[in-house]
Design a protein around this ligand. Structure first.
Ligand SMILES: Nc1ncnc2c1ncn2[C@@H]1O[C@H](COP(=O)(O)OP(=O)(O)O)[C@@H](O)[C@H]1O
Ligand SMILES: [Mg+2]
Length: 375
């Protein structure tokens, strides 16, 4: 086990600057997830930590030691890839033992490590099978076992579940969470799937175009996104975002003018902003309350209602926006397609972002458990 510290890490491929001044601390035993859209630099950052890619500038520390010049083996990292790349002609046992034998570990060590790994990953009944005789989830467990058996100080995962179907992905997600609770080693996990990030991480690192956008616990990122990017990336369905402007700056409760919605009071400190400046108002689908209306100002039309069993999604057309607004409402739903509604937005549940997409500071603490009530 070990901590990892990245100080001003940069990566340049040819003339392309891929990673910019990455500063990050990963604690001993922590489960850290790098998340972001495809191409933002997640794999590159993981490969820099692994030693599979050279660091262009900056310092990488593992367990208090500068490791920039060390090989992957010397760094004590194990890596699990999206394509499990098991040796097809070798049994599960030999696949797991392969790296240990290559490292010239003694016969007893190899046996003990393979048995221990198989026990932790529930692979004991499968040790004599060949990869083609295994399911996708079992193969992925063998790939994890192969990385674990060498008892690395840090386990690195690059989208290890992307090749699995949706239900198996959910199952394997739980397996990986349980594995972390059992072995407690430092784990760094890359995914483009925000649900995987939210469910697995102690700490999420949101990357955007080669820069860290925000670092925080799942709760912090969901309740206090630092930017429009994080706000719209974390959470499904996405946070509703509406163009707005500041009607009256105030240190506690700011009046925001939202076309199509009206004047909304929001618990943010806007005293440093100018009246009339451009803003974006954000409201999570579970916080959007709908009030049936019969016409007049600020009425919006319900265009679709999706019934999901435990709840419904109500889609609403804003006259100036292409993207529909969405409200998550309990069943039974009281509105129908074609009906007019007004949006009710509670001051403490809305978000405001400035013209640069940075969050305007809230003046009430994020509620531990969000309250949802609907008209
Ligand atoms: N070996 C390489 N040479 C040049 N560009 C690369 C190389 N590897 C990755 N890139 C570029 O770096 C960017 C980040 O890639 P990557 O880290 O794989 O993103 P992610 O894993 O977030 O999808 C992409 O624009 C990609 O094209
Ligand atoms: Mg990748």
């Amino acid at each position: 086990m070990a901590s990892v510290t990245l100080k001003k890490i940069n990566k340049v491929f040819g003339h392309t600057h891929i990673l910019h001044d990455i500063d990050l601390s990963i604690h001993d035993g922590e489960f850290v997830v790098f998340v972001g859209p495809s191409g933002c630099g997640k794999s590159t950052l993981l490969r820099l930590i692994a030693g599979l890619e050279e660091i262009s500038s900056g310092d990488l520390d593992i367990g208090g030691q500068l490791v920039n010049e060390l090989t992957p083996k010397e760094r004590g990292v194990g890596m699990v890839f999206q394509s499990y790349a098991l040796y097809p002609h070798l049994s599960v046992y030999d696949n797991i033992a392969f790296g240990l034998k290559l490292a010239k570990e003694s016969g007893e060590t190899v046996t003990a490590r393979v048995e221990n790994t198989a026990r932790i990953l529930h692979l004991e009944p499968l040790l004599h099978r060949k990869p083609k005789e295994l399911s996708g989830g079992q193969r992925q467990r063998v790939a994890i076992g192969r990385a674990m058996a060498r008892e690395p100080r840090i386990l690195l995962f690059d989208e290890p579940l992307s090749n699995l179907d949706a239900s198996l992905r959910v199952k394997m997600r739980t397996e990986i969470a349980k594995l972390h609770q059992r072995v407690k080693s430092t784990m760094v996990y890359v995914t483009h799937d925000q649900v995987e990030a939210m469910t697995l991480a102690d700490k999420i690192v949101v990357l955007n175009a080669g820069r860290i956008e925000q670092v925080g616990s799942p709760f912090e990122l969901y309740e206090s996104p630092a930017s429009l990017f994080v706000a719209s990336f974390i959470g499904s369905p996405k946070m509703n975002l509406l163009p707005a402007s500041l009607a009256a700056p105030d240190p506690y409760t700011s009046q925001v003018a939202v076309p199509g919605v009206g004047q909304v009071d929001v618990a943010v400190d806007s005293q440093h902003l100018d009246a009339g400046c451009t803003l974006t108002l954000g409201i999570r689908p579970e916080h959007l309350e709908l009030e049936p209306a019969s016409g007049g100002e600020n009425c919006l039309e319900v265009v679709n209602v999706e019934y999901l069993g435990n709840e419904s999604y109500v889609y609403i057309q804003h006259p100036d926006e292409d993207e529909l607004l969405v409200a998550r409402v309990p069943v039974p739903v009281r509105v129908r397609p074609g009906q007019l509604v007004r949006l009710l937005i509670k001051p403490e549940l809305a978000y405001v972002f400035d013209a640069d997409g940075r969050a305007v500071k809230r003046t009430v603490p994020a509620p531990e458990v969000s309250t949802v009530s609907h008209a």
